[in-house]
Design a protein around this ligand. Structure first.
Ligand code: OOB
Length: 550
C-alpha cells in the first residue's frame, strides 16, 4: 500500500478476499466491464440534459488517462480534484484511476486555506478545477495555490482555461489516443475522501479499489438498484454518500443513470426529478426541510421518486414521520462516515425502525462495539461510543501517525466519536457526539437529545443546541431555532414548557433561545456548531436575552 497509509493486517485482508468481499478488481477496470455490458445506455446526464453513454464515458476516460500519463501524472501521484456535480467529475476520476494516479477530493466550496492544507498534506502534483461556478473564478484560486505550493506543477480546467498566460490546460486539450497503461493493484489506494471533522482541517482517508468496489456493490444490492434506476446526485459528489453509498458508483455498476444537480434546492432539483423521471436520491436533513416545504407549493411532478436516503446528521423522529406522506417516497435512513462504516434501514423494516433508528450495518463483516468511557462494552440499549472495523473501514488516516495513535484502538477499531445505542435487532440509534455536550454545572446535556425534543414543537423547523459561557455554571444551553415556514417564532417559555411536558429534566431545558433564518453549514454539510457557539458567546457578552427563562 502507498507510503503513509495503514494497511489491513495480512490475515484480515486474506479473510476479506476469501469471503469474496474483495475481488481484486480496480475501479478503472470495473468501468470497462460496465461499458461492455451497458454500451449505449445513458450513464450520465448533466443539469442541461447533455447525455453520456457508458461506451462514451469509457472512451472519454481512456483518452483522459492517456493525456494524464503523457503529462507524467502516473502511478500513485496525487491530484487534487475540485469539480462541481458534472459528468466531468466522473470522467476525471476514472481517468486518474486508469492512470494509477490518486484523486484527492476537494469540495467545491473549499477556498485557499483548505486547498493549501490539502495540497501540502497530499503532496499533489496537479489540480483539476472548473472555470467559473456561480460567478466564482476557480482559475484564480488555482493561480494563487500554485504560487504558494510550487509542487502543483499542472492545472487542468474543465471548461475555459483562460488566456492569462498561466499555462493551464483545458481538459478537452488533454485527451490523447488511448494508450495501454499498467493496471494498479486493487488492494492499493484508489482515491482519498476527506474527514468530516468540524473542529480541524480535514484529514485524508485512503480508500482502496477493493474496499470501495465492495461498499458500492453491497449497498447497490441492498437498495435493489437496477438498470431502471435514475439517481439524482444532489449533494456534492466528493462526499462519500452520493459517490458510493451506493451513489454514482453503485448506480453505474448496475446500468442505471446518474443525473447531476448543481444545487440541492427544490427550484433546481424538482424540475430535474420531473424531467428525468428520477427514482432515487440522497440528501441531508436540512435539505429534507426545504423539500417538504416546497413539495406542496411547486407544481413539479415528483411521482417517479421512489427512494429518499437521508443521512449525515440526525434525522429527528418528527421530521422522519413527515417524509413518506409529504414526498410520496420510501425513506431510508443512512448513517455513515467517509472513514467507512455504513448503516442503513431496510425497505422491509417495520415502520418504527425506519422512522426512529439509523439502521443496521450493511456488511456482515462490519464489526461494531459500543463502549463506555472506561472502554468496556455497554449493554444493548445504553449509550456509548461507537467503535468499528471492517472490510471498507480505514485502518489509519493518511500521513497522520500521531492522530492515528489515538483515533484507533490497538486492535484496529476506529473510534468514531459518535454516541449511539444499539437496538435489539442490531441497529443503532445516534444519540450525539462524544464532544457535543453542554456541561452545565455538573450536568451533561446532550445537544442531540434536546434538539430532537425541540423539533417536536410545531413552530420549530430545525434546532441546534450549543454551549454558551456562564459565570456561575461554566456553560449554559443556547438553542438556535429555525421557525417553521410562515409561522410565528417560538418563545423560550413555550419551548421550555414543551420540553418539560415531554419529561425532560430541568437542567436540560435551554437557557436561551435565538431565532435564526438558517444555520451555518460546514463544507461537509454539518451544522457548523463552532460558528453557532461563537455567536452564542457574543450574545452573552452583549447582554441578557429579551425573554426570561420560564
Ligand atoms: C457522512 O460522512 P462524514 O464523514 O461527512 O461524517 C460522518 C459523521 C458521523 O461520524 C456522524 O457523526 C455523522 O456524520 N452522521 C450522522 C448520520 N450520518 C452521519 N449523525 C446522525 N445521523 C446520521 N444518519 O456524513 C456520511 C457518509 C456516508 C453516508 C452517509 C453520511
Amino acid at each position: 500500500m502507498l507510503d503513509g497509509c495503514v494497511p489491513w493486517p495480512p490475515e484480515v485482508a486474506e479473510r476479506y478476499r476469501a469471503a469474496g468481499y474483495w475481488r481484486g478488481e480496480t475501479l478503472g477496470s470495473l468501468l470497462r466491464g460496465w461499458a461492455e455490458r451497458y454500451g449505449d445506455r445513458v450513464a450520465l446526464v448533466d443539469a442541461d440534459g447533455v447525455r453520456v453513454t457508458y461506451r462514451e464515458l469509457d472512451a472519454w476516460c481512456d483518452r483522459l488517462a492517456a493525456g494524464f500519463a503523457e503529462r507524467g501524472i502516473g502511478p500513485r501521484e496525487r491530484v487534487l480534484v475540485q469539480l462541481p456535480n458534472t459528468p466531468a467529475f466522473v470522467a476525471v476520476c476514472f481517468a486518474l484511476f486508469r492512470a494509477g494516479a490518486l484523486p484527492v477530493f476537494a469540495l467545491p466550496s473549499y477556498r485557499g486555506n483548505e486547498l493549501r492544507h490539502l495540497a501540502e498534506l497530499s503532496g499533489a502534483v496537479a489540480l483539476v478545477v472548473p472555470d467559473l461556478v456561480r460567478g466564482f473564478d476557480h482559475r484564480e484560486l488555482a493561480r494563487d495555490l500554485r504560487a504558494e505550493v510550487p509542487r502543483i506543477a499542472q492545472v487542468f480546467v474543465a471548461g475555459d482555461p483562460g488566456t492569462g498566460g498561466d499555462g493551464f490546460t483545458a481538459l478537452s486539450d488533454l485527451e490523447r489516443a488511448p494508450a495501454a497503461l499498467p493496471e494498479p493493484d486493487a488492494g492499493d489506494v484508489a482515491f482519498f475522501l476527506l474527514s468530516g471533522g468540524t473542529t480541524a482541517l480535514p484529514k485524508m482517508i485512503p480508500r482502496t479499489h477493493d474496499d470501495y468496489a465492495y461498499q458500492s456493490r453491497i449497498t447497490a444490492d441492498l437498495c435493489g438498484l437496477d438498470a431502471d434506476t435514475v439517481y439524482l446526485a444532489v449533494l456534492p459528489v466528493e462526499f462519500n454518500f452520493p459517490w458510493g453509498c451506493p451513489g454514482v458508483i453503485g448506480v453505474l455498476g448496475t446500468g442505471g443513470r446518474v443525473v447531476f444537480a448543481e444545487e440541492p434546492t427544490p427550484e433546481v432539483c424538482f424540475p430535474l426529478i420531473e424531467r428525468e423521471r428520477v427514482t432515487m436520491t440522497s440528501v441531508i436533513p436540512t435539505i429534507v426541510h426545504l423539500w417538504l416545504d416546497a413539495a406542496g407549493r411547486t407544481g413539479s411532478d415528483l411521482s417517479s421518486l421512489d427512494v429518499l436516503q437521508v443521512g449525515s446528521s440526525k434525522l429527528h423522529d418528527e421530521v422522519a414521520a413527515r417524509i413518506e406522506p409529504g414526498l410520496g417516497v420510501r425513506l431510508q435512513q443512512v448513517f455513515g462516515m467517509a472513514e467507512g462504516l455504513l448503516t442503513f434501514t431496510r425497505f422491509d423494516d417495520p415502520r418504527p425502525v425506519v422512522l426512529t433508528t439509523q439502521g443496521r450495518a450493511v456488511s456482515p463483516a462490519d464489526e461494531i462495539r459500543v463502549v463506555g468511557t472506561d472502554g468496556r462494552d455497554v449493554p444493548d440499549g445504553e449509550v456509548g461510543e461507537l467503535l468499528t472495523r471492517g472490510p471498507y473501514t480505514l485502518r489509519g488516516y493518511y500521513r497522520a501517525p500521531e492522530h492515528n495513535a489515538t483515533a484507533f484502538t490497538e486492535d484496529g477499531f476506529y473510534r468514531s466519536g459518535d454516541l449511539v445505542r444499539r437496538t435489539a435487532d442490531g441497529g443503532i440509534v445516534v444519540a450525539g457526539r462524544v464532544k457535543d455536550v453542554v456541561i452545565r454545572g455538573g450536568d451533561k446535556v446532550s445537544a442531540t437529545e434536546v434538539e430532537g425534543h425541540l423539533t417536536a414543537h410545531p413552530a420549530v423547523q430545525q434546532a441546534a443546541v450549543v454551549a454558551m459561557p456562564d459565570a456561575l455554571l461554566g456553560e449554559k444551553t443556547c438553542a438556535f431555532v429555525v421557525p417553521a415556514a410562515g409561522g410565528p417564532a417560538p418563545t423560550l417559555p413555550q419551548l421550555r414548557r414543551l420540553l418539560r411536558s415531554r419529561g425532560l429534566a430541568d437542567f436540560k431545558l435551554p437557557d436561551r433561545v435565538e431565532v435564526v433564518d438558517g444555520f451555518p453549514l460546514t463544507g461537509l454539510n454539518k451544522v457548523d456548531k463552532k460558528v453557532l457557539a461563537a455567536r452564542a458567546a457574543e450574545l452573552v457578552q452583549a447582554g441578557p436575552a429579551a425573554a426570561d427563562a420560564g
